[in-house]
Design a protein around this ligand. Structure first.
Ligand code: NAP
Ligand code: MG
Length: 401
């Protein structure tokens, strides 16, 4: 059969350790046999970031904006121990943070659901996608210890007393955000909700934080009313704002199937809760969406160092490639949508279905075997490559039906 053609390339960002191994196998076993793959390739391995003084990361981020769709392998964010391990010239920043800054984007995390792995909240039958604002607030806060004294907040000559400590000791903190960043966050959320055709929820604590959180609420509402209301109505989806306490209660009672936008700290905490409740980090996908409509797909997990050490020692590994595969299929699907390439979209959808069905039929990697229970299905643990080969067989079977 002829391979599926692509008209515009994907931006491909290779990475480190076990995920770099999976990256090549996913391509060799599941993509290259079927797609005449076109990519603009960047090697974001720690060695190449060091060799290029991290210029390669910036080039890759800019390429994502230029071409519109990228797919990224997990990468090492170096710490002191890694600096020594690789003899690095310096401690480079997280590539994800660099790319996020270039794309001015918001990260959306969504779990891959399979029958047999039941979420800890049984009513969650559809994915809950968390959109976390990844700028400012407590992550860029300025903090002080006070030993008595009066704390004031002051900008451009306007002053407000924060607290009169008198002779007490205590602590204080100042947070900031910018209208520009909140606007980008809101725009990315509305764009993503439209692209996924899912309802968008947004929640803060605006009843208590009458200026700070309220500004988030107002910016979201203004952008929705002026730019997205009609598009949402046409798409049959809904935007609504509610207080975070109410949102938490509603989320617990919900069936899932929506996007939940959250401020930086709320998103940090809630994404760990939601990921755990849905099963395994290895089944969690992540996409960075820029307000200009560029997309960067990746797995939410890291480079799985512990498994890589086994691989280096020549031992068999059973590392889950689902999130890495879904990064590829997500990117190919989006490329297909942008280029009007229905064959590419069908390929990506069939490949996702094949991987889900493979697990539902009992063939999976070791991280899932303890979580999976489906009556009448015998569980078989496969090694890293064996799982990909099983998905390939199922994909071929889908094509002949
Ligand atoms: P990790 O790579 O996500 O792995 C943590 C543990 O989770 C693994 O040891 C493994 O548990 C399990 N796990 C994660 N992904 C799995 C998969 N696909 N299949 C099976 N099990 C999986 O996190 P880490 O060990 O904290 O970080 C390793 C490196 O990744 C670090 O250098 C960090 O900087 C980097 N990192 C990169 C990104 C990114 O690029 N987006 C994100 C996070 C971390 P068991 O060992 O118990 O099997
Ligand atoms: Mg966290």
């Amino acid at each position: 059969m002829d391979k599926i053609k692509m008209s515009v390339p994907l931006v491909e960002m290779d990475g480190d350790e076990m995920t770099r191994i999976l990256w090549q196998w996913v391509k060799d076993i599941l993509i290259l046999p079927y797609v005449d793959l076109k990519t603009v390739y960047f090697d974001l391995s720690i060695q190449n970031r060091d060799a290029t003084d991290d210029a390669v990361t910036t080039l890759a981020g800019n390429a994502c904006l230029k071409y519109g769709v990228g797919v990224k392998c997990a990468t090492i964010t170096p710490n002191a121990q890694r600096q020594e391990e690789f003899g690095l010239k310096k401690l480079y920043p997280s590539p994800n943070a660099t790319i996020r800054a270039i794309m001015d984007g918001t990260v959306f995390r969504a779990p891959v659901l399979v029958k047999g792995i039941t979420p800890l909240v049984p009513s969650w039958t559809s994915p809950i996608v968390i959109a976390r604002h990844a700028y400012g607030d407590v992550y860029k806060a300025v903090e002080l210890k006070a030993d008595g004294g009066v704390a004031t907040l002051c900008v451009n000559g306007v002053q407000k007393q924060v607290f009169d400590f008198g002779s007490q000791s205590g602590i204080l903190q100042a947070q900031h955000n910018t209208d520009k960043s909140i606007t980008s966050f809101a725009t990315s959320c509305f764009e993503y909700a439209l692209s996924e055709k899912k309802d968008l929820w947004f929640s803060t604590k605006d009843t208590i934080s009458k200026v700070y959180d309220h500004r988030f609420k107002d910016i979201f509402q203004e952008i929705y009313d002026t730019k997205y209301k009609e598009k949402f109505e046409e798409a049959g989806i809904e935007y609504f704002y509610t207080l975070i306490d109410d949102a938490v209660a509603r989320v617990m009672r919900s069936k899932g199937g929506f996007i939940w936008a959250l401020k930086n700290y709320d998103g940090d905490v809630m994404s760990d809760m939601v990921a755990t409740a849905f099963g395994s980090l290895a089944m969690m996908t992540s996409v960075l969406v820029s307000p200009s409509g560029a997309y960067e797909y990746e797995a939410a997990h890291g480079t799985v160092t512990r498994h890589f050490r086994k691989y280096q020692a020549g031992e068999t590994t059973s590392t889950n490639s689902v999130a890495t595969l879904f990064a590829w299929t997500g990117a190919l699907k989006k490329r297909g949508e942008l280029d009007g390439n229905s064959q590419l979209i069908k390929f990506a959808c069939d490949m996702e279905a094949a991987s889900v069905e493979t697990i539902e039929n009992g063939e999976m990697t070791g991280d899932l075997t303890g979580l999976f229970h489906l009556d009448g299905v015998e569980v078989k643990k496969l090694d890293s490559k064996g799982f990909l080969q099983a998905v390939a067989r199922r994909y071929e079977a889908i094509q002949t039906v």
